[in-house]
Design a protein around this ligand. Sequence first.
Ligand code: COA
Length: 161
Amino acid sequence: MLEEQLLDPTRHDRQAFTSGVAELDKYLQHFAVQQSKKGITVVRVLVDTNAPRTILGYYSLSAAQVDAIQLDERTQQKLPRYPVPCFRLGRLAAHSAHHGCGLGRLLIGCAVERCLEARKYVAAYALVVDAKGQAAKEFYEHYGFTPCRDNPMTLYLSLGT
Ligand SMILES: CC(C)(COP(=O)(O)OP(=O)(O)OC[C@H]1O[C@@H](n2cnc3c(N)ncnc32)[C@H](O)[C@@H]1OP(=O)(O)O)[C@@H](O)C(=O)NCCC(=O)NCCS
């Protein structure tokens, strides 16, 4: 059974994780634990409970804000003219041995679900993400994310009302 867990260096093998994007692997191996401890981000991993040390994928979430002017015009009209509170999907990656098997979809679903849960307590209008390349941008667009006006590599997904 697949399970989402908080990243725990004593339980999860970060070194064996490879997504095909060196920057995302390096982040998990060298920075994710430190940044979690400092309250900069929360990192959650996906594991199979039959082999719970193996990280199948991960994502990170933090608080964020975007300028209303970055959002599409119709959305802007509905919002105040000051920075809009958001969550940031800092990083998301699936193990390269399992690309195309639905892990990316599952990771996005878990991240959005966590945001919806968190915004019961702290308001946030959208989930934003910085795509690391064109393929990643297309992946997020596939899930309904909209590119920001000034920087199309930053995308947002309205979390609804
Ligand atoms: C991007 C990534 C997370 C996708 O994960 P995955 O497990 O291969 O994707 P899935 O099998 O869950 O595919 C989910 C859906 O996304 C679509 N999809 C996958 N990659 C896509 C892409 N580059 N562009 C558009 N759609 C894409 C699939 O067709 C599938 O569509 P469906 O649900 O309608 O069938 C994975 O390829 C990865 O980790 N890549 C390296 C790291 C990376 O680029 N992360 C993005 C960080 S910015």
